[in-house]
Design a protein around this ligand. Structure first.
Ligand code: NAI
Length: 304
């Protein structure tokens, strides 16, 4: 087995002041990457800001012998996002890896959703992923090499109660990533997307403590680090990952039904079961809870 190293590579990790992003930054740095630790330093809802979160992670990396610089800009602001990539260029002279991880929550049922909560969640997750990648893309293209790892969610794949804004943003990130994979292929730029499950301030009050204990975020970063490395040549894939469990998620289409005439709504009703039939696929997930349940079962966790 060959070592996975990122010697000489420069990685940008957004939202790296805590949770999953912090673990990604620490592992990437320990494998030789020079890292831009970006974090706005706000709370879970996206309010406030500060430099402390990013600075602490930079200190951790440098104390362990790695190289890192902090950036405190918001990914939701196009100029701020550009400054994150500029931090990489200024400090290390290049950029190779983009980990779009920054995120917030504004959970509420659709009936209660207000425009501000829709805008902010779309801005941070979806626009933020766009803005940072837009700033990096010309450099990746020019050098003929790049690795992009974006962050979706089971919510974006399957939907989740109270998360219409977040689910839409996360589903958008998956479509964005798969398009980047098409457009990046000829330039040596690979783009993949993860749907993680991990204990963090985002999930601390929605999962039982026994489960959170087993879903520490450092279990997600090895997949991210592999996807960010030159060793990994896959592109356009989606992965479920949490607690040491990893699986590819696929968007599949059934065999379908072909009518030999313009169908009527009644024809559709008659053949609806066949239209809905997917066939012999391994697993159907219907929600984030089911995604988490599969991880719990696969790992044999007792979380009762
Ligand atoms: P977290 O709240 O610990 O980390 C998110 C980080 O992003 C925070 O440090 C925050 O300060 C930063 N951030 C927020 N808005 C920002 C902005 N505008 N600009 C720069 N930084 C900003 O949460 P966690 O769990 O580590 O989440 C990381 C990513 O994983 C998010 O995209 C989240 O949606 C996604 N995710 C997490 C899951 C989980 O089970 N923890 C499940 C599915 C997806």
């Amino acid at each position: 087995m060959s070592n996975i190293d990122l010697d000489g590579r420069v990685a940008v990790v957004t939202g790296a002041g805590g949770g999953l992003g912090r673990e990604h930054a620490l592992l990437l740095a320990s494998r030789g990457a020079k890292v831009v630790v970006n974090d706005l330093g706000g709370n879970r809802s996206g309010e406030g800001g500060g430099s402390e979160m990013a600075d602490l992670v930079v200190n951790e990396i440098t104390e362990a012998g790695g190289e890192a610089v902090a950036n405190y800009a918001s990914v939701a602001d196009q100029e701020g996002a550009a400054s994150i990539v500029q931090s990489a260029l200024d400090a290390f002279g290049r950029v190779d890896v983009i980990i779009n991880n920054a995120g917030i929550l504004r959970d509420m049922t659709f009936a209660k959703l207000d425009a501000a909560s829709l805008d902010l969640v779309l801005k941070v997750h979806l626009y933020g992923s766009f803005y940072v990648t837009m700033a990096a893309w010309p450099h990746l293209k020019e050098q003929g090499y790049g690795r992009i790892v974006n962050t979706t969610s089971g919510s974006g794949m399957y939907g989740n109660f109270g998360q219409s804004n977040y689910a839409a943003a996360k589903a958008g990130i998956t479509g964005f990533t798969r398009t980047l994979a098409h457009e990046g292929r000829k330039y040596g730029i690979n783009a993949n997307v993860i749907a993680p499950i991990a204990a963090s301030r985002m999930t601390e009050d929605i999962m039982p403590p026994a489960l959170l204990e087993r879903l520490q975020p450092e279990n997600v970063s090895p997949l991210v680090t592999y996807l960010a490395s030159e060793a990994c040549t896959t592109t356009g894939d989606i992965f479920s990952v949490g607690g040491g469990y990893m699986a590819r998620i696929a968007i599949v289409e059934g065999e379908g039904v072909a009518f030999d005439h313009t169908p009527t709504p009644e024809d559709v009703a008659d053949r609806f079961d066949a239209i809905r039939t997917i066939g012999e696929y391994a697993e159907f997930q219907t929600g984030v809870m089911e995604q988490t349940g599969k991880i719990v079962t696969a790992l044999g966790l007792d979380v009762s």
